[in-house]
Design a protein around this ligand. Structure first.
Ligand code: FEO
Ligand code: CA
Ligand code: CA
Ligand code: CA
Length: 595
C-alpha cells in the first residue's frame, strides 16, 4: 500500500505498478502529450514524416532518431528550447525491406542525418499542458554527421588527430552516439560521445602493436562495421584513415543560443565512452565536471577547471567561460570500503556496520601539458584516457552511466547500471553478476568541487525489494517500487533524484522513478512512468509544472522488422514505432508535479 501523499514534497503522486503495455503509463490525475517524434519537421522546407518516402535531405531538416539526452531551457514565457541527442539508428525497424548486408547509399545517408543533435523550440501553456514545436524558430538547428566541429584544448592538433581531410587535427565532421549530457551554469550544452567504436571498420588490419592495443582497449575490433558506413565514406575505414576514430569519444560543448556556432570537442575532459557531463560550481567559482565511462569495469572521472566561471552575461564573460573546459585537471576515482573485505559477500547483504560506504581519492591524470601518468605524455592521457586510468589503479565500476551533482547539497549521484560479468565484489560494487545495478552517493571533502578526496556510500542497491540483496537507503522496503538498471538521473526543484532506467531485468518495461535523498523519506523509490515495448526511458527533466522524458528505441526487439514492428507507439494502428519526446503534467489548473 503506497499512499499518494505519504512522501516527500515533489513525490506526492500515486506510484504506478510495473507495466508491460505498449504505451506510456503515468499516475492517476496526470495527462501526457507527445511533443515531437522522429521525422517531424523542424523547418518549413522539410516534408512531414513518411516512413515509405524517407530521404537524407528531409532527415537533415527533421527530428532525428533515438533521442537520449534532453535539456530544457526556458527562452520566454511558455516557450522552451529542447536540446536533444540522437544517439544512434535502428536501421532494421527504420527502413522497409532493409538488407543489413547491403545497405543502400540513401539508407546510410539517412542514418548519418538521423544521428547527431536537435535544437528545437516548443511552445505551450507555462502552467502545464501539451507543447507544440515552433517550426522555423530562429534557434532551431539540426547537427548531424556532416556538420563541422572543432577539437579544442590540450590535445587538439596532435598528429594522432590529423587525417587526409584535415591536416590541422582540429576540424571534424559529425558527432556520434551522443548519449546523455548536461547544461552548464554558463548556458551551454554538453553532449557525450559514447559507443563510437561501432562505427569504425577494419581494426583487424592494424599491425602496429601500440595502435592495436589502443583500439582494443576502446572495443574497436573486427572487419566490416555493422552499419557498413565505410562503403560510402572511407573515413570510417581504419585501413584507409587510421586517425579518424581518435576524433570521436569526446565531450562536446554546444552554444544553443547561437545556431551558427561551431560545436567544440573538449579534449581536456579525456576520451572514453562518455555517458554524460554535469557541472557544479565551487565556492571560488572553479567548476567541476563529473564524467562516467559506460563500460563494464570502467571508471568514474572528474575534471576541475583552472579558471572561475563568470555569470555576468557580458561578451567578456562568454569569452572567459569558453576556456573553462580547455584549461584544467583531469582525475579518475579510486574507492576504498571501510568494512572488512570478508564481509562483502557478493550477494548484496550489508556488512556489519550496516552500510556500503567508505572513502576515496581523485587521482590526477593530466593538467594542461603535464602528465601524471608514467610512460604517457599529457596528450596521450587525453587521447587514451582509459589506459592512463588503468595505469594508476582506478576502481573498476559496474558501468558508470549518468553522474550528476545535486544542486541543493552538492552531493554527486552516480548511476551504475549493471555488470553481469562481475565475479569479485568490492564495497562500492558489492554484488557479483550485478543484474540490477546500484546508485552511489559521493560527498566531496568539505563540499569542495576541487577536493582530491571524498566520502561515498550506496543510496540504492536496485532490484525487487523482496530480494534480500537490495537496499533502499534503509527505507521500509514494503513501501518502495521495484527498480532495475538505473541510467539517466535528474533533480527536481526540491532536490529529489529522478532515475530513468535502461534494461529492466525484472520482467517489466523501463520507467522513471523519483526518490528522496534527504530527510525521513530518503530511499523511498516511487515509480512515476513506464515506457512502451522495447523502449528505454531517457533524458528526464522535472520542472515545477512538467515532467519530460525521451522515449528511446520503442520496438527495438530482436524479432522486430519494419514490416512487422513490435511496437506501434506513438502513432498506433500498424504504424512504425517513432522515438519521441513526451511531456506529462498534472490535470487541472496550476497543477504542480508531485504536490
Ligand atoms: Fe547510451 Fe550508457 O547509455
Ligand atoms: Ca561499510
Ligand atoms: Ca545512458
Ligand atoms: Ca543506456
Amino acid at each position: 500500500p503506497k499512499s499518494p501523499t505519504d512522501a516527500a514534497p515533489g513525490l506526492r503522486f500515486e506510484p504506478i505498478a510495473p507495466q508491460t503495455t505498449d504505451s506510456v503509463v503515468i499516475p492517476n490525475g496526470y495527462e501526457q502529450d507527445v511533443v515531437i517524434r522522429w521525422g517531424d519537421p523542424l523547418f518549413s522546407d522539410a516534408p512531414g514524416f513518411d516512413a515509405l518516402a524517407q530521404t537524407a535531405a528531409a532527415q537533415q531538416r527533421q527530428f532525428g532518431y533515438n533521442n537520449d539526452y534532453l535539456g530544457v531551457l526556458e527562452i520566454a514565457k511558455g516557450q522552451y528550447l529542447l536540446l536533444v541527442n540522437h544517439e544512434y539508428t535502428d536501421e532494421y525497424i527504420m527502413f522497409p525491406a532493409y538488407d543489413p548486408q547491403n545497405p543502400t547509399r540513401e539508407q546510410v545517408e539517412i542514418a548519418w542525418a538521423a544521428h547527431g543533435l536537435s535544437v528545437v523550440a516548443v511552445t505551450g501553456d507555462p502552467k502545464g499542458g501539451a507543447l507544440e514545436p515552433v517550426i522555423d524558430h530562429q534557434l532551431n538547428r539540426r547537427i548531424h554527421t556532416s556538420t563541422e566541429f572543432e577539437l579544442t584544448g590540450p590535445a587538439a592538433g596532435h598528429p594522432l588527430l590529423q587525417t587526409s581531410a584535415d591536416a590541422t587535427g582540429t576540424k571534424v565532421l559529425g558527432t556520434l552516439n551522443n548519449c546523455s549530457g548536461g547544461i552548464t551554469p554558463w548556458g551551454t550544452w554538453l553532449t557525450a560521445e559514447e559507443n563510437f567504436n561501432q562505427y569504425f571498420a577494419n581494426a583487424n588490419t592494424v599491425t602496429d602493436p601500440t595502435t592495436a592495443a589502443r583500439l582494443a582497449r576502446y572495443g574497436i575490433s573486427g572487419g566490416e562495421s555493422e552499419r557498413k558506413w565505410e562503403r560510402y565514406d572511407s573515413r570510417f575505414d581504419l585501413s584507409v584513415e587510421p586517425n579518424e576514430v581518435n576524433r570521436f569519444g569526446w565531450i562536446v560543448e554546444v552554444d544553443p543560443q547561437d545556431p551558427t556556432s561551431t560545436p567544440k570537442k573538449r579534449t581536456a575532459l579525456g576520451r572514453f565512452k562518455h555517458e554524460a557531463a554535469n557541472v557544479r560550481v565551487g565556492a571560488n567559482g572553479r567548476v567541476a565536471a563529473y564524467l562516467g565511462d559506460d563500460e563494464r569495469f570502467d571508471y568514474l572521472y572528474k575534471y576541475v577547471s583552472d579558471g572561475a566561471v563568470d555569470t555576468s552575461g557580458t561578451v567578456a564573460a562568454r569569452a572567459n567561460n569558453a576556456t573553462l573546459l580547455d584549461q584544467g585537471t583531469l582525475y579518475v576515482a579510486r574507492f576504498t570500503g571501510n568494512s572488512p573485505a570478508s564481509e562483502i559477500t557478493g550477494t548484496g547483504a550489508l556488512p556489519s556496520d550496516g552500510a556500503f560506504d567508505g572513502t576515496g581519492e581523485w587521482i590526477k591524470l593530466a593538467s594542461g601539458s603535464t602528465s601524471y601518468v608514467a610512460g604517457m605524455t599529457a596528450e596521450e592521457v587525453y587521447l587514451f584516457t582509459r589506459q592512463a586510468a588503468d595505469a594508476v589503479g582506478a576502481t573498476k565500476m559496474d558501468r558508470p552511466e549518468d553522474v550528476e551533482p545535486s544542486p541543493n547539497t552538492g552531493k554527486v549521484y552516480v548511476a551504475l547500471t549493471n555488470n553481469s560479468k562481475r565475479t569479485t565484489a568490492d564495497e562500492a560494487n558489492p554484488r557479483t553478476s550485478n543484474k540490477h545495478g546500484h546508485v552511489l552517493e559521493l560527498t566531496e571533502t568539505a563540499g569542495d568541487v576541487a577536493a582530491e578526496t571524498f566520502f561515498w556510500d550506496l543510496l540504492l542497491v536496485c532490484g525487487d525489494p523482496n530480494d534480500p540483496g537490495t537496499y533502499f537507503a534503509g527505507f521500509d522496503k514494503s513501501q518502495v517500487s521495484p527498480i532495475s538498471c538505473p541510467d539517466n538521473v535528474a533533480f527536481d526543484r526540491f532536490g529529489n533524484l529522478w532515475i530513468a532506467t535502461d534494461g529492466n531485468a525484472l520482467g517489466a518495461h523501463d520507467g522513471l522513478y523519483g526518490v528522496a535523498v534527504e530527510g525521513k523519506y530518503r530511499g523511498q523509490v516511487r515509480q512515476f512512468l513506464s515506457v512502451p515495448n522495447g523502449a528505454e526511458t531517457c533524458g528526464p527533466v522535472v520542472t515545477k509544472e512538467r515532467v519530460f522524458v525521451n522515449v528511446q528505441h520503442p520496438g527495438e526487439t530482436d524479432d522486430a522488422t519494419f514490416e512487422n514492428p513490435t511496437s506501434n507507439w506513438p502513432d498506433g494502428g500498424s504504424s512504425v514505432p517513432r522515438p519521441s519526446v513526451v511531456t506529462v503534467w498534472r490535470s487541472g489548473k496550476n497543477g504542480q508535479i508531485g504536490q
